[in-house]
Design a protein around this ligand. Structure first.
Ligand code: FES
Length: 634
């Protein structure tokens, strides 16, 4: 590790092998000796924390602590306190004896229900008052991408529970192998001696971990933040600890063993999400503990980002029809170039297609399929021309011609319909109608119960009105927020508040549109006590608005001032000025680019930050400013 980099040689080697060293360096600015201000209150609210520790034989163990909110607290931005009196007692957990000899710990403080997590590495010590104190060496928020949403429910008397003696073993039992094989998540601890331990979450669709034999597991490594803390630790020290939670029968299965990264593996079914990276975990020994029966879990949903094992088929598509659907929206009908049937898709899917922006610049763009998933003789995609965009939509509108061939891949679904049989409320804003239309076609075909609310700024943006009326009849509602007078369209903004007031809470809501609309739906659902698991959304990020102005960004720590063009996001403007800002999704969803501001008025356009957090932080990748200048705490 050098002064500029928070990474040790193992991490640097893995970043280089993955060809992601540059991204890792850029994202490393998120790693700090101080916990970011926005995370301090988050820590105090948590009822679950995972820690990795090292035993006297250098074996690493990973432990899960459950307790009353407040059992872990931030004393300040460099110290955490853990109150052992406020957690479920597991006296035989290896953590307690390991930290007597080796103070290195890695923590992941995680709220599974919101997919938020904070990683902290540091050293732990027992204070005279009986509490444990962790001194922070490194802290950073982590991407929420592959987290399955669920919530632990702890009853009040749970702290009086005394767990029975754990069972220990070497070879995994059939029951344990079955638990691992059906798991959708686990935690992994790793570490390098005299440096840091790490604790990290791993998740995927059930079955993402393969059991090779009674002593070996195979785990796919999905695309992440490029820092490779866990895999980098494996490169320097193969020891690792895994913990699986049996959410149904309340057991903790802790495994210790060694890990080895496997590069460039054959991955015909896309099980790694395209990285072709796996790691083997060889079990040295295990410990199984029963958790209190009064601890139970509410499951919400799987992450839509979990890679779906599927064969990604390259497609050669021919443009068989182009139709202008509104002033800015064109519909493209695409057929297989060889005239055959196309791969099947689900409602809500998008189609990745290659767009040649110049002779040397080909980009992959994803457009939602609007046509019926019951007919895969063709795909229809609708594209809105974004004058301030990066060129993809302009190419589609101005250069793509009838009969032309375009290369793509089989459709991918990150926005699936769920719970058939319930009432479905479909909400679309502007071009967000595209996946919603495919959902509507499916629900109509299946005779399901549904309604659709489609809101546009002006009548010139209204596409597909006739099709929607045909499919939904009186259950179709249209809104024009600029007050345009159009037959069958309410000259007003969609009133999300009254929509939620008058609907049955067992309904599922699907919303696609501008981030402001998604945030309004999420906030309203929250205030009306709807289950989070019934709210599904897909954002298209936030493109620049005609009204966006140039902004002067002042960097408080360096004193630098950068003027950012209104066509650029704050993130892109800062990156262009060589300011290192970590990012991942660029859609206001992952929280990687969250930055504190100390002056200025922000026009928040993300779906990540809470109302309280927005008072001092913003997502640079999507948010803009209402003031002419803003001062960032960097
Ligand atoms: S990069 Fe994901 S929220 Fe900004």
């Amino acid at each position: 590790m050098n002064e500029q980099s928070p990474f040790h040689p193992g991490e640097l080697a893995v970043q280089a092998l993955a060809n992601e060293a540059d991204v890792a360096q850029r994202n490393s600015t998120v790693v700090s000796k101080h916990i970011i201000k926005g995370a301090l209150a988050f820590i105090d609210q948590q009822s679950m924390t995972v820690l990795s520790s090292t035993d006297e034989n250098n074996h690493i163990w990973t432990s899960v602590l459950f307790g009353e909110p407040g059992f872990i607290k931030a004393r300040d931005d460099q110290h955490l306190l853990i109150n052992r009196q406020k957690i479920i007692q597991q006296p035989s957990d290896p953590l307690w004896r390991n930290i007597e000899k080796n103070s290195q710990v890695g923590l992941v403080i995680i709220e599974l229900s919101t997919r938020r997590r904070l990683r902290v590495n540091g050293n732990i010590k027992l204070l005279p008052n009986g509490q444990y104190e962790v001194t922070v060496a490194q802290a950073y928020p982590n991407c929420p991408k592959y987290i399955q949403r669920r919530q632990p429910n702890l009853s009040e008397d749970i702290l009086t529970y005394q767990s029975s003696k754990p069972i220990l073993g070497v070879e995994l039992t059939m029951e344990q192998l079955e638990l691992i094989a059906r798991s959708d998540s686990f935690f992994v601890g790793s570490g390098v001696d005299n440096h840091h331990n790490d604790a990290s979450y791993r998740g995927g669709d059930p079955g993402f971990v393969s059991v090779v034999n009674k002593g070996q597991l195979l785990i796919p490594d999905y695309k992440g933040n490029s820092m490779f803390n866990t895999l980098g630790n494996f490169a320097s020290n193969a020891h690792a600890g895994l913990v699986f939670i049996d959410f149904e029968s309340n057991k903790l299965l802790q495994l210790t063993g060694t890990a080895k990264v496997l590069w460039e593996q054959v991955d015909e079914t896309n099980a790694t999400g395209g990285t072709k990276r796996y790691w083997h975990f060889n079990v040295t020994s295990w410990q199984e503990t029963i958790l209190p029966p009064a601890l139970n879990w509410t499951f919400f949903e799987y992450s839509p980002h979990n890679p779906k094992p599927q064969v990604l088929t390259p497609l050669s598509l021919m443009v068989s029809n182009i139709e202008q659907k509104s002033a800015r929206i064109k519909l493209f009908k695409l057929k297989a170039k060889d005239g055959g049937i196309l791969p099947a898709f689900e409602p809500g899917s998008h189609l990745p297609i290659e767009i040649k922006l110049s002779a040397t610049n080909t980009v992959l763009r994803h457009y939602s399929i609007t046509s019926s998933s019951h007919d895969n003789r063709f795909y229809e995609i609708a594209v809105q021309q974004e004058k301030l965009g990066e060129g993809g939509s302009n190419y589609m509108h101005k250069q793509l011609r009838l009969g032309q061939t375009i290369e793509g891949q089989s459709p991918v679904n990150d926005f699936p319909l769920s719970s058939p049989g319930k009432h479905h409320i479909l909400i679309a804003g502007g071009i967000g109608i595209t996946p919603i239309l495919s959902m509507l076609r499916h629900l109509s075909q299946k005779n399901e119960s549904y309604e659709i609310h489609y809101s546009v700024k002006s009548d010139g943006d209204l596409a597909f009105k006739d099709e929607i009326v045909k499919l939904a009849g009186e259950s179709a509602h249209f809104y024009c927020s600029d007050g345009s007078n159009v037959a069958g369209v309410l000259p007003t903004r969609l009133d999300i508040n009254s929509l939620f007031k008058h609907r049955n809470k067992s309904s599922h809501v699907y919303v696609c549109g501008p981030i402001k609309m998604i945030t309004a739906v999420k906030d309203e659902a929250d205030e009306s006590n709807w289950q989070e698991s019934h709210i599904h959304y897909e954002s298209f990020g936030s493109s620049a608005l005609e009204t966006d102005q140039a902004v002067e960004v002042k960097l408080q720590k360096s004193g630098e001032v950068i003027v950012i063009d209104p066509k650029k996001t704050l993130l892109d403007g800062l990156l262009a000025a060589n300011i290192k800002i970590p990012f991942e999704c660029k859609r206001g969803e992952c929280g990687m680019c969250v930055t504190e501001y100390v002056e200025g008025t922000v026009d928040h356009r993300d779906v990540y930050l809470t109302k309280d957090e927005k008072a001092h932080s913003l997502c640079l990748c999507v948010s803009r400013t209402k003031s002419k200048s803003i001062t960032l705490n960097i």
